[in-house]
Design a protein around this ligand. Structure first.
Ligand code: MG
Length: 275
């Protein structure tokens, strides 16, 4: 499967979509509180899309194969790991909430996720969230022209294995190429795997998205055909960014600052394209 190479103008449209995604995730994280339903959190995301004249790549996703997704965000709580369907579930103190959100601007896609905790967090949950975020940046750190997708997978895997505690890494769900569609070649696994792996070049964009649990990696899908839960009931976290490789370096399209601060802290080149 060929990997789509974007022109500078296409990456700039993806940046516009990415900024809408960043704004929506921030608005949903700011709004979420005990007593609010996941459907109400989703509605905050809908408002942000409407305000920016963006459309949703999540809404109705998969309808050609079965039950289309009914929200603009996947909202997954505690042992729900990914693809949680927003609805009547009320958030309570201590809930670990993963929100995955996307936007389309002029046909170009952005996709990102973050996890936060409602009210007081236990130490173990707070560390889970921080380690998953660290795993995302450990993957981004390995993304470069001339490198391979497997370097990203390995970066994530090595980082997770280096933690004092063990975490489960989801295997059936991976990061992915993104651009004129949300899910494109190549897959970006979150664990190291032997074998050939695609080469990375300038103009590529990938959604990197580690999904970790406090227990084992095995999952099952709920009766709504969407919500993915851990089989052992353990809680999970999920962080994701859409990241582009430009001639100058990396551009984290779904980070408000384009990734500038985190990239600088890791000694990596920040490569935004000027308007
Ligand atoms: Mg994604």
């Amino acid at each position: 499967m060929r990997i789509e190479i974007k022109t500078a103008d296409q990456l700039k449209l993806m940046r516009r979509a990415g900024l809408v995604v960043a704004e929506g995730l921030q608005a949903m994280a700011d709004a979420a509180c005990a007593g609010m339903t996941t459907g109400e959190v989703d509605a905050v995301g809908r408002e942000v899309l409407a305000r920016n004249n963006a459309t949703s790549n999540f809404l109705n996703y998969g309808s050609e194969y079965g039950v289309g997704f009914s929200g603009v965000a996947c909202i997954s709580v505690n042992d729900e790991l990914v693809h949680g369907v927003p609805g009547t579930r009320e958030l309570i103190d201590g809930d670990v909430v993963s929100v995955d959100f996307g936007a389309i601007i002029e046909g170009w896609h952005g996709d990102a996720a973050r996890t936060f905790i409602i009210g007081e967090a236990s130490d173990v949950d707070a560390t889970l969230v921080e380690v998953t975020r660290g795993a995302l940046w450990a993957g981004i750190e390995q993304m470069r022209a001339g490198g391979r997708v497997s370097h990203i997978s390995r970066g994530i895997d090595d980082y997770v294995r280096s933690q004092p505690r063990r975490y489960g890494t989801l295997r059936e769900y991976t990061g992915h190429g993104i651009g004129s569609e949300m899910h494109m070649a190549p897959d970006v696994p979150n664990f190291h795997k032997r074998g050939p792996s695609p080469k990375l070049t300038s103009g590529m964009a990938l959604a990197i998205e580690p999904m970790l649990t406090l227990g084992l990696h095995q999952t099952s899908v709920c009766e709504d055909d969407w919500t993915v839960v851990s089989r052992d009931g353990s809680r999970g976290a999920h962080w994701e960014h859409t990241v582009a490789i430009t001639d100058k370096g990396l551009w984290v399209l779904t980070a408000e600052d384009g990734g500038e601060a985190e990239l600088a802290a890791r000694g990596l080149e920040f490569g935004p394209l000027a308007d």
